[in-house]
Design a protein around this ligand. Sequence first.
Ligand code: ASP
Ligand code: MG
Length: 301
Amino acid sequence: MTVAAKKLESVLRVKSEIMRAAGEYLRKEGFVEILPVILSPVTDPLHHETYDGKIDYYGRPYQLTKSMILHKQIALRTLPRILAFSPNVRMEPEERAPLRRYLAEFVQLDLEVRDATRDEIIAIGEGLFIAVVKAVLENCAAELESLGRKLSVPAAPFERITYQEAVEQFGKHYDEALSSSLSGPAWLIDFPRTVREFYDKEDLSRPGILLDMDLIYPEGYGEALSGGEREHTLPRILRRLEQDNIPPERFAEYLRVVEEGVPASAGFGIGIERLTRYICGLDHVRDARLFAKVPGEVDAI
Ligand code: ASP
Ligand code: MG
């Protein structure tokens, strides 16, 4: 076996353990795993530009899902706590390729909890992260050694930084600099409404500020996850769509369900390949999966 093949084998074994340990932790916390949706008339609009994965569905315009966020809210009508390993297709512009953490096709561990607050979801995120790191240290010691990766278990609660503090300290493109300055994972909280999607809940006691968060890895690995509390009432969602200049007709199927009622909730989606990249200490996220598709590269299988 070549060195590269041996390395890939170790990475895939670690990744498999990450998914096993994450599922085990969440099941113990009362989550039920549901299957992902990959084809829908509505999907995450995302705040940054991506090409749509358009599908002609019996003559109607459907898309490959960019995230399961809207379906997570709807699934909570049936179950109080859900998780899904959901494939996301986000065909990012080629300019993002040099950041080394974008894949056009990746898997997100999505979770959502009925009636939860951001603080409760942050606590679940910390417990999940710690459980996964512990499991990999315990069950994949040989793989970590062959990858030359030293990992330590972070202590909860993780540090919290506001978006405003990050921008003041590191500028608008704070990503890499913030991540490189950290000694452990940290929460970036309170994004302004104007830089995020319509479904993240606005804190009406601080207009313009959202009850959302990202988790940022240390060592320059950048963003791990995004999530937050959600807008779930029709008037608020319509208002947010209007503020984002999104015609409500684009979300007609979703809005019909919201009108019937979806519960208040909070949750997040953590990228499995990025988590694997961090845990294994890999230079590029492409090394964290088979059949990687990097933005702009068109020869992938
Ligand atoms: N919006 C997140 C994403 O980037 C997911 C979430 O909020 O649950 O996919
Ligand atoms: Mg994000």
